[in-house]
Design a binder for this molecule. Sequence first.
Ligand code: F0G
Length: 459
Amino acid sequence: MVKYLPEPYKIKMVEPIRLLSREERATKIKEAGYNTFLLKSRDVYIDLLTDSGTNAMSHYQWAGLMLGDEAYAGSENWLHLEETVKEIFGYKYVVPTHQGRGAENLISQILIKPGTYVPGNMYFTTTRAHQELAGGTFVDVIRDESHDPTRGDIDFKGDVDLQKYEDLIKKVGADNIPYITIGVTVNMAGGQPVSMANLREVYALSQKHGIKVIFDATRCVENAYFIKTREPGYQDKSIAEIVKEMFSYSDGCTMSGKKDGIVNMGGFLAMNDEELYRKATALVVVYEGMPSYGGMTGRDMEAFAVGLREALDFDYIRHRVEQVRYLGEKLMEAEVPIVRPVGGHAVFLDAKAFLPHLSQDKFPAQALAAAIYEDSGVRTMERGIISAGRDKDGKDYCPKLELVRLTVPRRVYTNAHLDYVADSIAALYEKRSAIRGLKWVYEPPVLRFFTGRFEPLPG
Ligand code: F0G
């Protein structure tokens, strides 16, 4: 029997959900081109597509909406958000953006020259897309075990392999590496954390070679929770202290507030370098808006400032990560193959092991995500060959990890919902041999997973 923590909140407002019949679900997923991104929200029973912007806000955040100062420039809420980010992360400068990829666009355009290399601890879809659009080449320097879903014995599967990083510096020269991106946590590896020791070492090596360290802060509070609970020396530190120390080993960060900011929209770029800040403020007005709103409304910025502080509360973050672990353990009890250990924001099904009869060119994770919706009304997301896209020569990247992500929105579902998810997927696992592969009907040129369409291969 898996134990779980009671929610550290009570429910004040509800949003009804409904389960369509099996026949209706079969029609809906067919109409959506077997792509769960193209389903309508109203046709979904339990929505584990993403934890991005799907969070439930607290009453303090909702109250904050009423304080929105919707001035075009110099909004009161911007000053609040700016001060909060500076205080939590310790940076000197903050530039607001509408969401994480807005910040990724700015940093990529400013720092990447065509022909240069950007190492990182595994790719993320939008991050790499902006690096490539700016003419850079992403190089994966994460430790090897991160690509192995069965290595549940490793606490910090998001760590950089320093040897790989050093080898790249030797091979292409530090002058051709404008910065390294460090995801804390690593989404595509299964929400896996990076240890403080590794962050410290990466920073020291980067400083030695004059390479900037840019964190992807999107799920940094989840990372801090793992450091507190797994890394010797951090048990007695607060989440806020851990976050502060983590970011002291970086020169700047991009953040999607839609995750650990516990809001529905927002993001920022932050840094210590004044020249970089000046360039970012010059560019933000082209793509996002004034450097005092960057695509967010005043009320968005207020909710974001409040959410960032709430996220640092130990009871909140413990429940959040332990709820995800609860879902993972239920699935492991049923012997469903998942990425181990369970990460911070989601449980990832190992689609290669779930559907061994489908080779990767038959898109097992895409097929499994579609089958889960049809079987139970639960919406999940493919994180495998479709998400990975194609390289510059048009060849498919073939990632070792072929996964389906069950992403848990913050403060939205109860463990009864997660029981339904786990029981349904365990039952589907028993019928897995009936799941057919898919083929492309429409493949978009960039970030193809969002809007691509498929049809089943003949049975
Ligand atoms: N970095 C990471 C690690 C992310 O997970 C995301 C978004 C972004 C950057 C981009 O942020 O969406 O605000 O522009 N991840 C979402 C997801 C889309 O479902 O994992 P954004």
